[in-house]
Design a protein around this ligand. Structure first.
Ligand SMILES: Nc1ncnc2c1ncn2[C@@H]1O[C@H](COP(=O)(O)OP(=O)(O)OP(=O)(O)O)[C@@H](O)[C@H]1O
Ligand SMILES: [Mg+2]
Length: 480
């Protein structure tokens, strides 16, 4: 009687099978079902178990002999199942899916399908069981990653906003207004831009302003400092490497900086520092708009707007043979020259005020600059350009013990060379009167610092004491 419930029996019942081969095919089917990754559970039309395959047994922990021949209802009573998809199918005559949780902790998706006879009666219910434990774990992990991703997305948005504010562009000089006009005209195009100018003039600020005003503004802005990439690492840093390109921890592969800038803007900063061999590698990528990772075979299409910046005179470098002429022309589509601060002194008060507000709010201070302090800042020639001005204002805000920062206080921050710069008449930036006053003021200050009394200072400078007192008044120098 036992044999009634074997697959051989099911095979024998099948109308499609030839009676001679029934047993063999039934046996083969049984073996095939036992090889399957999914669990298979078969009941007859009343809910009596006919067959369970090996996968089902190992997933559920239910042994074949404990199930075959028994009614599903009895198995529920014995605690093997909480509910039965097969019984639901018999009841509804429709496919049913439920999640089965077994005592071994496994969570499985059971999908039961009815098999009808020619009279429309259910002759079998075939249930397919798939282990969902791993899938559910993966789903949970995916949900966690999704949440994390959302968090990063918002953080990135905030950071981008911060960075944008950090790189606000300030200046109302004629040359800066011309730069704004160029930015307006070219930002929305994908034209390559070459930004030239001394160190600290704001080349990066201009590059970011172009990105901010471009159609790529929501894409990445990646800055590559060409001077800081060693030649031997140029390709792997810029183009990335394919998995297996190197042995060891980095074996997984990594996108290069160019790939990271896809759909955004790539700032090639200090491009003048690139070696000739790196220049030709870069040129090839820029011309083909494709990168191939180191060790990779498939070129990857890239959609990147290129901005290059340098404080070198690239044309001269081309003449000297240290910069490739073809790369120079490839980059020099829209050149933007940012003049040094000493050539656009009108920007100094505006920039100083901007940085003062910036650091007052950062350090919770309320410092102001005296009128003469502004004048002094305007006189100075700023060899380090805007960066130097910005750093000085930060120092002043942090260190000045008074609410009003005076020219006197500021001059203490200029070193010997800077004072020489200040008095650099050769540049023709000061009128003779301005230069004389500045030197006079500085000399008196230095003498007072050294000799302490106006009498001694006067003697050292070869003038009368009343003259010193009068000049101190004129220049606003405090006498102790
Ligand atoms: N027009 C400007 N408005 C506001 N801040 C500016 C301006 N120009 C420069 N800065 C500030 O001065 C500093 C130096 O600017 P930036 O880094 O853009 O100079 P750079 O020309 O790229 O210098 P380097 O050649 O040394 O890389 C930055 O902190 C920047 O925010
Ligand atoms: Mg820079």
């Amino acid at each position: 009687m036992e044999d009634r419930y074997t697959i051989s029996e099911i095979g024998k019942r099948s109308d499609h099978l030839n009676s001679k081969t029934n047993y063999t095919i039934g046996k083969i089917i049984e073996e095939i079902l036992d090889c399957m990754y999914d669990g298979i559970y078969i009941t007859d039309g009343n809910g009596v178990t006919l067959f369970i395959n090996k996968s089902y047994s190992s997933m559920s922990g239910i042994k074949k002999e404990d199930a075959v021949g028994f009614h599903m209802q009895d198995l529920i009573k014995k605690g093997y199942f909480l509910e039965s998809a097969s019984l639901k199918v018999i009841e509804t005559k429709k496919p049913v899916s439920i999640i089965d949780c077994f005592s071994n902790g496994k969570k499985c998706l059971a999908t039961a399908n009815p098999v009808f006879d020619e009279n429309g009666q259910i002759k079998m219910v075939v249930t397919n069981l798939r282990d969902m434990t791993e899938l559910l774990d993966l789903k949970n992990q995916l949900e966690e990653l999704y949440d994390l991703n959302k968090k990063y997305y918002f953080e990135l948005k905030e950071l981008r906003k911060d960075i944008e504010n950090k790189y606000n562009i300030i200046g109302n000089s004629k040359s800066m207004i011309e730069i704004y006009e160029i930015i307006d005209r070219i930002a929305e195009t994908d034209a390559t831009v070459l930004i030239l100018g001394e160190t600290g003039v704001g080349k990066e600020v201009v590059a970011r302003e172009i990105h901010k005003n471009s159609l790529r503004k929501n894409g990445p802005f990646i800055k590559v400092n060409c001077a800081s990439i060693p030649e031997s690492l140029f390709e792997s840093e810029m183009f990335g490497y394919a998995s297996g390109a190197f042995t060891g921890a980095d074996n997984k592969g990594k996108p290069g900086l160019i790939e990271l800038a896809n759909k955004g803007t790539l700032l090639l900063d200090e491009i003048g520092e690139l070696s000739l061999s790196s220049q030709s590698k870069l040129l090839r990528v820029l011309e083909e708009n494709k990168v191939t990772r180191v060790g990779g075979t498939e070129p990857i299409n890239i959609d990147v707007r290129i901005i290059a910046a340098t404080n070198r005179d690239l044309k001269k470098e081309v003449e000297k043979g240290t910069f490739r002429e073809d790369l120079f022309y490839r980059l020099n589509v829209i050149p933007i020259y940012v003049p040094p601060l000493r050539e656009r002194k009108e920007d100094i008060p505006l920039l100083s005020k901007y940085f003062l507000d910036l650091y007052n709010s950062k350090y919770n201070k309320t410092k102001t600059l005296s009128h003469k302090a502004f004048e002094l800042l305007k006189w100075y020639s700023w060899p380090g350009n805007v960066r130097q001005l910005k750093n000085l204002i930060e120092r002043l805000v942090l260190t000045c013990p008074y609410d009003i920062i005076t020219d006197d206080y500021i001059s203490g921050f200029f070193g010997k060379e800077e004072i020489e710069e200040l008095y650099n008449l050769g540049r023709g930036e000061l009128t003779l009167d301005e230069a004389v006053s500045t030197i006079e003021r500085q000399l008196i200050q230095n003498a007072l610092k050294k000799y302490r009394t106006t009498r001694k200072a006067a003697k050292a400078l070869g003038v009368s004491q009343p003259t010193i007192v009068r000049k101190c008044k004129k220049y606003g120098i405090a006498i102790e």
